[in-house]
Design a protein around this ligand. Structure first.
Ligand SMILES: *Cc1c(COP(=O)(O)O)cnc(C)c1O
Length: 459
C-alpha cells in the first residue's frame, strides 16, 4: 500500500500545553474585554493568532546560535548570512534589520517621497503604513479574482498587468518602484506565478522602473510555483527562488515568517545606489551595517533557517498541514477563502454566522466562539481590523470579514489540526443559535483591533 504522509522532521524538545475549562475561558475572555489580543498566552491551548515569529527552530539553528560572532563591525555571522542570501537571490548587497517593517522603514526613507505612487499587489499593513506615513500612495493592482473567496485559481495573489499598465500610463513620473508581495498575505497567503513576475518586470522595464519584492513568504511562493506552474515540477526550490529574484531589483524581508526565526529581517539588493542610499538610515534607525537590528547569533540562526526552508521537504510538510486543515473544513462544509493559502486558513465568518448582523462583527464573534469552544486563538481579519473611515468615522463594512487561523511553522502536529477542525465544526453546528455579536465599548483611533474593548450585544 502507498505509505501515508508524515512530517519531514522528528521532535527533540517539547513544550507542554494545557486545555482549560469552558468556565475558565468564559471568565478570561470577559476579563480580556472579548479581545483575544488581551488574553495571556497561558490562557490559550492552541495559538493561531499569527505565523510571524512563532515557528520552531531546528537543532541546526539552535546549534548555529552558539557560533554567533558578536563583533560590532564585520562579524563572521553577517558574512554567513549574506552568503546564504546571495546564493538564494543573487543579491549582493545585504542590510540586516530587526524585523520586516524596519527593513521597509530603512529602504523607504531613501526611496519614498511625498506625492509618490507605489503600485503593486495588496500592500501589507506595515508596508502601506510606511508609504502613507510619507504622504505617498499605495496603489493596489491585485487581480479582481482575489476578492471572490470561493473561486479556485492557482495564483490568486497575482498583480493585474492591465491595472499596472494603466497606473504606469497615468502616473509613471510619480512611481519610484513597483512592489510585489510574495506570497500575497492580504489576499490570504495566495501565491504569485513566475509568469506574472515576468509580466511585471516587462512593464517595469518599459517604463524604466525598479521592482521590489516584499518577500516574507518567498519560499512558500516558490513551493506553489513548483507544484502549480507548468514547467517547474522538476526544478529545485532554490533554483526557483533564484529565478524569482532574478526579476527584481531588491527585496525587503520579514525573517519571522519564511526565515524560520523568532525575530529578524533584512534588505537585499543588486543595486549599489539603493544600498548606498539606505546605508545611512540603517545606521540611524537600526545599527551598524553588518548587524542592523540583529544579534550575531540570530543572524547565524537565520542563515540556517533560510537554507532549510528552501528545501522541498520542509515546505511540503508545512503546506500539506495547511491543506489538511482545509480538507477537514471541506468535509464539514465550513466556508473559507479558496484555495487554501500557504500560511493560514481564512474562514468566511458572515457565511457561517448568518444571524449576526455586520454591525455586531461576525468574524470577531466567531473568533470568540472558537476560543470559548476549545481555547483556540485565531485572529479577526475583518471589520474591526478595517478601522473607521478617516473622514466619515463610520465603520468600514465593504471588505471581507474573516477569521484567520494562521499556522505556526513546525509547532503543531496534525492531531492539533484535528482538534482545531473539530472545535470549528462544533461552533458551526450550533451557528443557528448564535444570534448576537459584540459592540465596541472603547477603541483607539487607529489600529483599534489590538486594544479594542468589547461587550456582548445580548448582555
Ligand atoms: C509580516 C510582514 C511584514 C512586516 O514584517 P514584521 O517582521 O512583522 O515587521 C511585511 N510584509 C509582509 C508581507 C509581512 O507578512
Amino acid at each position: 500500500m502507498k505509505l501515508p504522509f508524515a512530517e519531514s522532521w522528528k521532535i527533540k524538545m517539547v513544550e507542554p500545553i494545557h486545555i482549560s475549562t469552558r468556565q475558565e475561558r468564559e471568565q478570561w475572555l470577559a476579563e480580556a474585554h472579548y479581545n483575544v489580543f488581551q488574553l495571556k498566552a497561558e490562557q490559550v491551548y492552541i495559538d493561531l493568532i499569527t505565523d510571524s515569529g512563532t515557528g520552531a527552530m531546528s537543532d541546526r539553528q539552535w546549534a548555529a546560535l552558539m557560533t554567533g560572532d558578536e563583533s560590532y563591525a564585520g562579524a563572521d555571522s553577517f558574512f554567513r548570512l549574506k552568503d546564504v542570501i546571495t546564493r538564494l537571490t543573487g543579491f549582493e548587497y545585504v542590510i540586516p534589520t530587526h524585523q520586516g517593517r524596519a527593513a521597509e522603514n530603512v529602504l523607504f526613507s531613501y526611496l519614498v517621497h511625498e506625492g509618490d505612487i507605489i503600485p503593486g499587489n495588496s500592500h501589507f499593513d506595515t508596508t502601506k503604513g510606511h508609504i502613507e506615513g510619507r504622504k505617498a500612495i499605495a496603489l493596489d493592482c491585485t487581480i479582481d479574482e482575489a476578492r471572490d473567496t470561493q473561486l479556485e485559481i492557482p495564483f490568486k495573489g497575482n498583480v493585474s498587468p492591465e491595472k499596472l499598465e494603466k497606473a504606469m500610463q497615468e502616473y509613471a513620473d510619480r512611481v519610484p518602484f513597483i512592489i510585489v508581495t510574495i506570497t500575497n498575505n492580504t489576499a490570504g497567503g495566495q501565491p504569485v506565478s513566475l509568469q506574472n513576475l515576468r509580466e511585471v518586470r516587462a512593464i517595469a522595464d518599459r517604463y524604466g522602473k525598479p521592482v521590489l519584492f516584499d518577500s516574507a513568504r518567498f519560499a512558500e511562493n516558490a513551493y506553489f510555483i513548483k507544484t502549480r506552474e507548468s514547467g517547474y515540477a522538476d526544478r529545485s526550490i532554490k533554483e526557483i527562488t533564484r529565478e524569482m529574484f532574478g526579476l527584481a531589483d531588491g527585496m525587503t524581508m520579514s525573517a519571522k515568517k519564511d526565515g524560520l526565526v523568532n525575530m529578524g529581517g533584512f534588505i537585499a539588493t543588486r543595486r549599489e545606489d539603493w544600498y548606498e542610499g539606505a546605508k545611512g538610515y540603517c545606521v540611524q534607525f537600526e545599527g551598524y551595517l553588518t548587524y542592523g537590528g540583529m544579534n550575531g547569533r540570530d543572524m547565524d540562526a537565520l542563515a540556517v533557517g533560510l537554507d532549510e526552508n528552501t528545501e522541498f521537504d520542509n515546505l511540503y510538510t508545512r503546506i500539506h498541514q495547511v491543506a489538511y486543515l482545509a480538507q477537514k473544513l471541506d468535509e464539514y462544509g465550513i466556508p473559507y477563502q479558496r484555495p487554501a493559502g500557504g500560511h493560514a486558513i481564512f474562514v468566511d465568518a458572515p457565511k457561517v454566522l448568518t444571524h449576526v448582523p455586520q454591525e455586531e462583527f461576525p468574524a470577531q464573534t466567531l473568533t470568540m466562539e472558537l476560543y470559548l469552544e476549545a481555547g483556540i486563538r485565531g485572529c479577526e481579519i475583518g471589520y474591526l481590523l478595517a478601522d473607521r473611515d478617516p473622514v466619515t468615522r463610520e465603520n468600514r463594512f465593504n471588505g471581507l470579514d474573516l477569521l484567520r487561523l494562521a499556522i505556526p511553522r513546525r509547532v503543531y502536529t496534525d492531531n492539533h489540526i484535528n482538534v482545531i477542525a473539530a472545535a470549528l465544526k462544533n461552533v458551526y453546528d450550533r451557528r443557528e443559535s448564535i444570534t448576537h455579536g459584540v459592540r465596541i465599548v472603547w477603541e483607539a483611533p487607529l489600529m483599534r483591533h489590538f486594544t479594542v474593548k468589547l461587550e456582548r450585544c445580548n448582555s
